[in-house]
Design a protein around this ligand. Structure first.
Ligand code: HEC
Length: 109
């Protein structure tokens, strides 16, 4: 009985590890043709907002129900707000910022 339950835990661990290795974010990032805005979002934002924008980790706003326009999105990314860090100096070029703002804006449903 004890041996059996140990074995079961082991299986759970192995399965868990396998699943986390194949997590969809790193799989997407491996794609060289991933659009720039999506890449920047997955690299910098998905930890709190989730890959679809609706994870809400660390109190992150739901970006699918957000109604911010592009200039407000740009402002929040640059300056940060409360628990949302500033990405000034991280998203460096205007063209990167542009792709990211467009991507975030398109997450709104
Ligand atoms: C450390 C967690 C964290 C990371 C990383 C993060 N955010 Fe946020 N984000 C937040 C939190 C928390 C809020 C809510 C801020 C508030 O209104 O108090 C927020 C709010 C926002 C909003 C405002 C939405 C609204 O309708 O009010 C936008 C847009 C946004 N984040 C975009 C991004 C983008 C783009 C990135 C990546 C460059 C990013 N966030 C990375 C935590 C994070």
């Amino acid at each position: 009985m004890a041996v059996q339950s140990k074995f079961r835990w082991c299986l759970v661990l192995v399965l868990g590890t396998t699943l986390s290795c194949a997590d969809p974010v790193s799989e997407k990032l491996n794609n060289p043709n991933l659009p720039k805005g999506e890449r920047l979002f997955l690299q910098n934002c998905a930890s709190c907002h989730g890959e679809n924008g609706d994870l809400g980790a660390s109190g992150a706003a739901n970006l699918t129900t957000s109604r911010l326009d592009k200039s407000s999105i740009l402002e929040i990314i640059s300056l940060g707000k409360n628990g949302m860090p500033s990405f000034k100096g991280v998203i460096n070029s205007a063209s990167e910022m542009d792709s990211l703002v467009n991507y975030v804006s398109n997450l709104q449903r």
